[in-house]
Design a protein around this ligand. Structure first.
Ligand code: FES
Length: 147
């Protein structure tokens, strides 16, 4: 599949957009300061906080934010368990069964894996790894290319 260019200039703080790359949904989220801060909390609650497991995280995303730039999160929106599509929940309390201190993230409807706003899977969930970060780079401050 061809690389996909995305203009991110209109993506508002807290907003999520989905684009298609190689037939897969790719999420783009401009995370707010609060959402980025929530990653410090979930650091202790996720199975692989530094994304050390090989496979789903490119080198440049092996950091707490799992991204090239802190704000913009880019991830393949497919659960690493059996391939369902997790749903975004950006409001605490939006899902009563989710962990305490959960400032938002994603819930897979199939077997209940939860992910934080860096796509890191919470401990003791069926998904074996964090959500995939696709290859991408910045063409400018307002444009990225996926693939
Ligand atoms: Fe997502 Fe099983 S496919 S938890």
């Amino acid at each position: 599949g061809a690389p996909v260019e995305v203009d991110i200039s209109t993506l508002q703080p807290g907003e999520m957009r989905t684009v298609e790359w190689r037939g897969k949904p790719v999420w783009l989220i401009r995370r707010t300061k609060e959402q980025l801060d929530s990653l410090k909390v979930t650091n202790n609650e996720v199975a692989d906080p530094a994304s050390n497991r090989p496979g789903y995280t490119p080198k440049y995303a092996q950091n707490q934010w799992r991204s090239r730039k802190e704000e913009l999160f880019v991830a393949v929106g497919i659960c690493t368990h059996l391939g369902c599509s997790p749903s975004p929940y950006f409001k605490p309390g939006a899902q009563p069964s989710l962990p305490d201190n959960w400032e938002g993230g994603f819930l897979c409807p199939c077997h209940g894996s939860t992910f934080d706003l860096a796509g890191r899977v919470f401990k003791n969930k069926p998904a074996p790894d964090n959500l995939e970060v696709p290859p991408y780079q910045y063409l400018s401050d307002t444009k990225i290319i996926i693939g």
